[in-house]
Design a protein around this ligand. Structure first.
Ligand SMILES: [Zn+2]
Length: 396
């Protein structure tokens, strides 16, 4: 983990390994070298997804897969993603050391572009692999400088020959830091992840009338910023009406003309809201739209609400979650069931075979930050549970 964290290391103790940059290539090269040392057969697909395969007794059986990602957000943490890839490698090294054979082959996956800030959307590699995103769409995706995904993939030498298309997998396991405070605050050692929240992304635009901040009387104003601000305040209160784990965020905001002496006439903001229940997601959307129309009407604004992205909640396979629970019990670790509020490649893997995730605590629940940290004991426990569960699924 420490050697991998040196690639793209930042002064603040994090890593900067944006997808398909030189640092991403270096991380891939290191993983490939380690996979070679562990006698794994490495295949790279058309999206640059890397699959390191350990042969099974029935080598054509759908593989027991485990993996995560080696890319990061800008100035991200050392554990997000890397833990899942390197723990899977460690599990396979352990099987090698002990000469343990498995019925199914085992494949360790390093998915391309899990994070997505350079080439949105996130989980692009696993999305194409699952058939949810067309390969051509992924190839044509451009970064902020107008550089195409396909050109960068070729530049770093990771456009592979293996088709990136759905194939059957026997099972998929992903170990990951929790990226939230539940395990830390409850003092629980392992999270057995039973599904991933669905999310909806909206873009709300409010239009009023631009005018002089001096001579325009208050009662004549159509101030787009006032309508937007009141709507955002209302959105902040919606989750509490729905469920304790419901979350909603306004993270993007733009304002025109953004000048000290001009009444704003054009405001756009985003809304991101997430939960495990489709009905509650639909109800939240209704409440958000109601709030936007109500506040826009008070200020006599035009309002437009567009859906710009989203995914449905995914419930994982209970049988794999049960394997993870048994692994925790074999080792005497405390565990609890939970859902992930963040997206992971496991979301798409679940379309191809029975899937579960293993969460371990990270310090203060913090991630996507240079301050992201974890105790090595927690990393060890996660790796132990992953290895036990992987062995069971590979022999099933
Ligand atoms: Zn991650």
């Amino acid at each position: 983990m420490e050697e991998m964290a040196r690639i793209g290391a930042t002064k603040g103790g994090g890593v900067n390994r944006l997808t398909l940059t030189d640092a991403d290539k270096e991380a891939r090269d290191l993983f490939a070298a380690w996979a070679g040392e562990a006698c794994l057969d490495l295949r790279i697909d058309e999206m640059g997804n890397m699959f390191a395969k350990r042969a099974g007794r029935e080598n054509d059986a759908p593989p027991a897969m485990a993996g995560s990602h080696l890319d990061s957000v800008p100035n991200g943490g050392r554990f997000d993603g890397s833990l899942g890839v390197l723990a899977a490698l460690e599990a396979v090294r352990m099987l090698n050391d002990k000469n343990i054979s498995t019925r199914r082959p085992i494949e360790i996956a390093n998915w391309t572009n899990e994070e997505g800030p350079r080439f949105p959307p996130s989980m692009l590699g696993s999305g194409v692999f699952a058939g949810a995103i067309p390969l051509e769409t992924a190839y044509e995706t451009k970064d902020a400088d107008g550089v195409r995904f396909i050109d960068e993939l070729e530049r770093i030498g990771y456009r592979g020959d293996a088709p990136c298309a759905p194939r059957s997998i026997g099972s998929y396991l992903e170990l990951h830091i929790e990226q939230g405070p539940a395990l830390v605050s409850e003092g629980v050692q392992v999270g057995v992840v039973e599904g991933i929240f669905g999310l909806t992304w909206l873009r709300v635009t409010m239009k009023g009338e631009r005018d002089h901040a001096g001579p325009t009387p208050m009662h004549m104003r159509r101030d787009a910023l006032v309508g937007a601000a009141r709507t955002i305040a209302a959105i902040r209160d919606i989750p509490a009406k729905l469920h304790p784990e419901f979350v909603a965020t306004v993270g993007e905001f733009s304002l025109s003309p953004n000048a000290i002496n001009v009444i704003p006439d054009d405001v756009t903001f985003s809304v991101d809201f997430r939960h495990s229940e489709p009905d509650l997601l639909a109800e939240a959307r209704r409440l958000i739209e109601e709030a936007a129309h109500r506040e826009a009407a008070k200020e006599n604004l035009e309002v437009e609400i567009q859906e710009v992205g989203g995914s449905t909640p995914i419930a994982f396979d209970e049988s794999v979650a049960q394997v993870v629970r048994s692994a925790c019990e074999e080792s005497g670790y405390s565990h609890r069931s939970m859902w992930s509020a963040a997206g992971h490649d496991a979301r798409y893997a679940a379309d191809l075979g029975p899937t579960a995730m293993i969460f371990v605590p990270c310090v203060a629940g913090k991630s996507h930050s240079e301050e992201e940290d974890m105790d090595w004991e927690d990393a060890y426990r996660g790796c132990d549970v992953l290895a036990r569960a992987l062995l069971k699924t590979a022999d099933s």
